[in-house]
Ligand binder design. Structure first.
Ligand code: NAD
Length: 253
């Protein structure tokens, strides 16, 4: 049984992580942290973020699972590095300097960051690399859809998909939406962002050319899929050497 702390606990994902952990036998939540007036989440008392150092020292968790906001994640990573507690984070929208902070923390402790903890996205990443290799010169357009309260755009997953594409195509230019007289140029990859309702997360890559179209779509239908992946990552990360890990490392074993 791995003992985890959850940060961003009162958010959509944090609450789902705590509920999902409650249904599993390999993890238990030993504390919850959020910057909120909410006193409990799924029967767990919610602690103030300023108490993170004391909580880590008192409970000595095997890992932290974080779904919060970038500036908070950076502070939690520093606290985890000081306390030698591994950190799993699914938070997205980091600036470059904030990513540098996570990288520095990973010199002292195991840090695993993933923009998407759905296993289907890992399969999609492999498929995108294969499609890009098999279909040189085909036009590529990416569309992502999320709920109407999502803060960052495009999604972290969209950026990860573009990174996978870039492994096979090194010279494309990302174009964010089109308006007016704006025809497509060779070498562009259109990126389109939709925000509506309570959509959990949908990503579609279209490869079009030569009188044929290949469309690759992933749709998360419940936040539980992300929570399950993040908890799998926490179980996997506990006890690992310092370093920067990805969800792909978990899937590959
Ligand atoms: P949310 O807004 O519902 O929850 C974020 C929580 O963080 C809130 O409860 C907020 O009070 C809390 N918070 C803000 N500042 C804090 C601080 N200083 N200390 C502690 N808690 C603080 O958002 P969400 O939908 O749960 O998503 C959270 C993050 O996870 C986003 O970046 C989102 O893009 C990402 N996400 C990742 C995945 C994935 O699989 N990796 C899946 C879904 C969402």
């Amino acid at each position: 049984m791995r003992r985890i702390g959850v940060t961003g606990a009162a958010g959509r994902m944090g609450e789902t992580v705590i509920e999902t952990a409650g249904d599993r036998e390999d993890v238990t939540v030993v504390f919850a942290v959020d910057d909120t007036d909410t006193e409990t989440v799924a029967d767990k008392p919610v602690h103030d973020p300023e108490d993170i150092g004391a909580l880590l020292a008192t409970h000595e968790p095997d890992a932290i699972v974080d779904f919060s906001v970038p500036e908070a994640t950076v502070a939690f990573a520093d606290a985890c590095a000081a306390a030698a507690v591994p950190l799993v984070t699914g938070t997205t929208g980091f600036e470059d300097g904030q990513l540098d902070s996570l990288t520095r923390a990973s010199e002292d402790v195991a840090v695993l960051k993933a923009a998407n903890f759905a296993r289907g996205i890992q399969a999609l990443l492999s498929t995108v690399r294969a499609a890009a290799e098999a279909l040189p010169g085909y036009d590529v357009e990416l569309t992502e859809t999320h709920h109407n309260d999502k803060q960052d755009a495009p999604s972290g997953t969209a950026k990860t998909l573009l990174d996978a594409l870039a492994e096979e195509r090194d010279d494309f230019e990302e174009v964010y939406g089109r308006e007016g007289i704006d025809p497509r140029e060779d070498g562009e990859v259109g990126v389109h962002v939709r925000r509506a309702g309570d959509v959990r997360g949908e990503h579609e890559l279209m490869f079009a050319g030569n009188d044929e179209v290949l469309t690759l779509t992933h749709r998360a239908e419940d936040r539980g899929v992300f929570a399950a992946g993040a908890l799998d990552a926490a179980v996997w990360l506990a006890g690992r050497d310092p370093g920067f890990y990805t969800f792909g490392d978990v899937i590959e074993g």
